[in-house]
Write a protein that binds this ligand. Sequence first.
Ligand code: ADP
Ligand code: MG
Ligand code: ZN
Length: 472
Amino acid sequence: MKYELVCGLETHIELSTASKIFCSCTTAFGGKPNTHCCPVCTGQPGALPVLNKKVVEYAVRAGLATHCKVNNVTHLDRKNYCYPDLPKAYQISQFDKPIVYGGYVRLENGRKIGLTRIHIEEDAGKLVHEGGFTLVDYNRGGVPLIEIVSEPDLRSAAEAREFVEKLQLIMRYIGVSDCKMQEGSMRCDVNVSVRPVGSDVLGTRTEIKNMNSLNFMERAIKYEFLRQTEILEEGGEVEQATLRFDEHTGETFVMRNKEDSQDYRYFPEPDILTVVIPEEKVEKIKSEIPELPFDKFERYTKELGMSDRNAKLLIKYKAVCDWFEKTLSFGAGVKHTVNLIVGTVFSFLGTEENKENFAVAVPPSEMARLVKYLDEGKINVTSAQQTLTAMLRTGQSVDDLLSEADLAGTSDVEFEEICRRAIEANPQAVADFLNGKEKAIFALFGFIKRATGGKADITKAEKIIIDMLKRS
Ligand code: ADP
Ligand code: MG
Ligand code: ZN
């Protein structure tokens, strides 16, 4: 029998509000252990929580950006469990009325992955195992989280990865989180089951907790798929359980048998008022959402005529898009601007992190100035690339780097003359080229480069040469 994978994700995302969800302590990452704490976030008796308005706003923003509906009246609930990283012995979360519900994220293949709900809750502290002891750091306790619960709509490890990447991108665009998996500001619980292809009944699932890397997540899903398929093929039954993925062996193992929501004895949180989000507020938040990655992609490819490949490369980084769009607003042409970004700027920046942060020394106005010289044929692509690299490295202006002679270019008449001489000087290469050896034309390009001190526009030269050869 053939089996298919069924996967649903619960994704926890730390919100980038300045202060925690129920107190005014900082949410800054790191810091000396237990220095970002107060009586509220360490659960001292009598301390009372006050809900941070920004958290509600961010959660609504996250929901609206993923096509969710908003519960205008909602509340928080206590989820009771006892663990050293949770000093109150309950987590304040939401149970029956999440802030938003019923949205989706669209994958490249057009499939929409349903979002059951997004709710708000507090993060727990962190346990550090050291020298035979376990230490606890409450700096992270009370940091606001949203939990995004997907429908079991994912059908492969690759889809699960793409789904998380899309969520990451959207959340970064709307500025609610930096979604850094390696720093733990985005973590996924992965639910996996298998079923015979064609069946529409859900199989028994296992849940792999706390994945904080996309590669490990993919490996864990593939491993679970094979493990469960084998069990079923041998006539056995999958046992519902909570698992952990061992990064060294690449296998999953049982952490505990699966708890049910009744084990948590959820009940409404009595210390926090009912949360009311008026429709006008929802509208206001909606109006502040910037253009999202999918819409940007559509506009770049359809209206700006960008290739799918380049559009995809740009929309990965919102800061890059902002810089690109600013450059256009100063009059630069799309084509050369994009090519210089994905070629020169990206290779200068190198790492994903640098592209994400996008702290470049070149303001859009200067970039536009450079591109316009290129658009007007005053410089060629090679010289533009070299100049841009120098600008990125030194922060110098275009006009400091390019002399008048650099900008003089070569007149069309002169240029044709050089091409004609290139043909004359290379009879063998011309004959080879005419006999179908396409690469032979490079000999002529070499001649032209030498004759122009490397400044020639080779694409233009190729056109002129081919025209001349056709005519002769
Ligand atoms: P819990 O909070 O107890 O983990 P939920 O019922 O809210 O339980 O489900 C959590 C996640 O598990 C959701 O993302 C859902 O899509 C996924 N899920 C539920 N049933 C299955 C299943 N049979 N196979 C795969 N994923 C599942
Ligand atoms: Mg779960
Ligand atoms: Zn606090």
